[in-house]
Design a protein around this ligand. Structure first.
Ligand code: F6P
Length: 319
């Protein structure tokens, strides 16, 4: 393999730049030319591809977002779109592709692999919802953003003796809500993986109030319901003075944490190694601080599982 490509796709995540940097530098270290695809799969179909040099990835390890741009493409979900992409890769003499993104991006990589073009997936999403890796690139940074917000909200919640509902991202996964809720000392955490009972939640909050607790933080994963809807339901059960904060896309930005930079560097470099070893159709991940890789097709068939022990702990600590 003498020429590889790299693209970022789907929702951006802090640390994607660090992963691209690792792919480029690891490739060049092994005398391989690296080409960047601009604008995800849409850019690939249009042949928006350019050669990256060592300097192209200078000064980006600390930057959020992705300098290769990202997009979600409906056309690439079709066989015709995928063939267009493969034609472009061949036109540029590219023999393997590193795809950095979430599950939608993995599906694209899987489709290309099935059509004979070797791809390796690198998990980049704030949602932490990719099977086969304990952590995805961007999750830790997003968590820290959420915790920073919760800490600030706690100050005002305390001054006004209010209940705050904080809605966080995560798509269908509750990882951001769970980890941020635990780290932020939330009284209640709602995740899509566990059904909730409004009466039980209201009962627990009321008990807390009776004990003298004057403010509460409730973290709601967007996969459960939106924060305003939850606050409305809570209002039907209690008379607490409640406010809602929807953190939204602020969770996707910012300089990646050291953890995400290191994770991205390790995963990006490993993806290049796999391509050089002739192992396409793989996805890389991190389990117990060790690099792992697995079949991308099998990976997508599995389900991401949230750490239920952590969830149990969060309940025990928020009595
Ligand atoms: O997958 C990342 C994510 O930020 C999810 O948490 C969220 O549901 C979604 O993307 C938002 O997508 P968009 O940026 O297209 O609104």
């Amino acid at each position: 393999m003498k020429r590889i490509g790299v693209l970022t796709s789907g929702g951006d995540a802090p640390g994607m730049n660090a992963a691209v940097r690792a792919v480029v530098r690891k490739g060049i270290f092994h005398d391989v030319e690296v080409y960047g695809v601009i604008g995800g799969y849409a850019g690939l179909m249009n042949g928006n591809i350019e050669k990256l040099e060592l300097g192209s990835v200078g000064d980006i390890i600390h930057r959020g977002g992705t300098f290769l741009y990202s997009a979600r493409s409906e056309e690439f979900k079709t066989k015709e779109g995928q063939q267009k992409g493969i034609e472009q890769l061949k036109k540029f003499g590219i023999d393997g592709l590193v795809v950095i993104g979430g599950d939608g991006s993995y599906r694209g990589a899987k489709a290309l692999t099935e059509q004979g073009f070797p791809c390796v997936g690198v998990p980049g999403t704030i949602d932490n919802d990719i099977p086969g890796t304990e952590f995805t690139i961007g999750f830790d940074t997003a968590l820290n953003t959420v915790i920073d917000a919760i800490d600030k909200i706690r100050d005002t919640a305390s001054s006004h003796e209010r209940t705050f509902v904080v809605e966080v991202m995560g798509r269908n996964a509750g990882d951001i809500a769970l980890w941020a809720g635990l780290a932020g000392g939330a009284e209640t955490i709602l995740i899509p993986e566990d059904p909730h009972d409004m009466k039980d939640i209201a009962g627990r909050l009321k008990k807390g109030h009776e004990r003298g607790k004057k403010h509460s933080i409730i973290v709601v994963a967007e996969g459960v319901m939106n924060g305003y809807e939850f606050a409305k339901k809570l209002k039907e059960e209690t008379d607490f003075d409640t406010r809602v904060t929807v953190l939204g896309h602020v969770q996707r930005g910012g300089s990646p944490t050291a953890f995400d930079r290191v994770l991205a560097s390790r995963l990006g470099a490993r993806a290049v190694e796999l391509l050089l070893e002739g192992k396409g159709g793989r996805a890389v991940g991190m389990e117990k601080n060790q690099l792992v890789d697995y079949d991308i097709i099998e990976a997508l068939a599995k389900e991401h599982t949230l750490d239920l022990n952590l969830y149990k702990l969060s309940k025990e600590l928020s009595i």
